[in-house]
Design a protein around this ligand. Structure first.
Ligand code: NAD
Length: 280
């Protein structure tokens, strides 16, 4: 029997619908303010799509464009202005920033209570302490998707493949908060397939196409694929694939697809953070 699919598109649509209702019930208007520096094509497309998804969730979207010649002072100045602007409740910064601008330094200026991507280190710290805070959206998406399978997290063995600050580590911390037993693996982990094979839940977030193969997976395990990799497909065209080999579906109990899994759910979690920040 093949794995059951965790459909991020469907789950994401349900989240947007419930946010729409919640915002309508509140009688308040909710807006996401986003800063876009320069004219990076991919970031512009992302911003355009974001405006549409905000609308679907009953929210407004305001894009603040800065020129590609902006330096740290100018970008930081805009962030600080938005921090003090009472009409701004939820904000984010599109990447990349121009060469030479320290992204983390700018991100750490975003007021934690408005930081809907959870990129200010203060918010990561709050996640560790279990305090109410805005949690990085991809980590929230992974947790929601695991919860959707009905798997009990307390006591579950989880292996997180990848330990970056914005993806792997926050996922590990959220699972620890749920009292799971968590192994955080990275490119230097010895005997990773053997370790993964013991896990009830495997989260792949390494950015390596088809890294996780059926030999890594315990029959019936939950497998969440965070990876987004562009590769050349059989027909010579570029395709998007995850970090999990498709054959894993023959072993796993549940599996999230790429595309259509963690990606759309991450967008939905961003919107949920916007509602949290605005309606708090
Ligand atoms: P990163 O490069 O910052 O970190 C990669 C991590 O994976 C590191 O800890 C590294 O040690 C580990 N790693 C690399 N090769 C490995 C291997 N062979 N075995 C075990 N561990 C290995 O990447 P990131 O920013 O965390 O992103 C990871 C992936 O997730 C990328 O494909 C990225 O595109 C994707 N991503 C998806 C979403 C989403 O919403 N779906 C959001 C952010 C990132």
């Amino acid at each position: 029997m093949g794995a059951r699919i965790i459909d991020g598109k469907q789950l994401g649509a349900a989240v947007r619908a419930s946010l729409r209702e919640r915002i309508a019930r509140s009688g308040r208007s909710v807006r996401l303010d986003a800063i876009l520096v320069g004219d990076d094509g991919a970031a512009s497309i992302y911003a355009h799509n974001q405006a549409r998804t905000c609308e679907e969730a009953g929210m407004q979207y305001q894009l603040h464009r800065l020129s590609s010649s902006s330096g740290y002072e100018e970008i930081a100045g805009r962030v600080l202005l938005m921090n003090t602007d009472e009409s701004v409740a939820a904000m984010m910064l599109h990447l990349p920033l121009p060469k030479g601008v320290d992204t983390e330094r700018v991100q750490s200026l975003i007021a934690p209570e408005k930081d809907v991507e959870g990129v200010n280190p203060a918010n990561i710290g709050n996640v560790v302490y279990g305090r109410r805070s805005l949690v990085p959206c991809t980590a929230l998406a992974v947790l929601e998707m695991i919860e959707h399978t009905g798997t009990t997290l307390r006591g579950a063995r989880c292996v997180i493949v990848g330990a970056s600050n914005i993806v792997g580590k926050p996922i590990a911390v959220l699972l620890m908060r749920a009292e799971a037993t968590v192994i955080s693996a990275n490119r230097f982990t010895h005997e990773l397939p053997k370790i993964a094979r013991e896990a009830d839940i495997v989260v792949a977030a390494a950015g390596v196409p088809a890294l996780v193969t059926p030999e890594w997976i315990k029959p019936g395990a939950v497998v969440i694929d965070v990876g987004i990799n562009r590769v050349v497909g059989k027909d010579g065209k570029q395709v998007t694939v995850g970090d999990v080999h498709p054959d894993v579906a023959t072993v796993a109990g549940w599996m999230s697809p790429v595309p259509g899994g963690v990606g759309p759910m991450t967008v939905a979690m961003l919107l949920r953070n916007v509602a949290e920040a605005a309606l708090r």
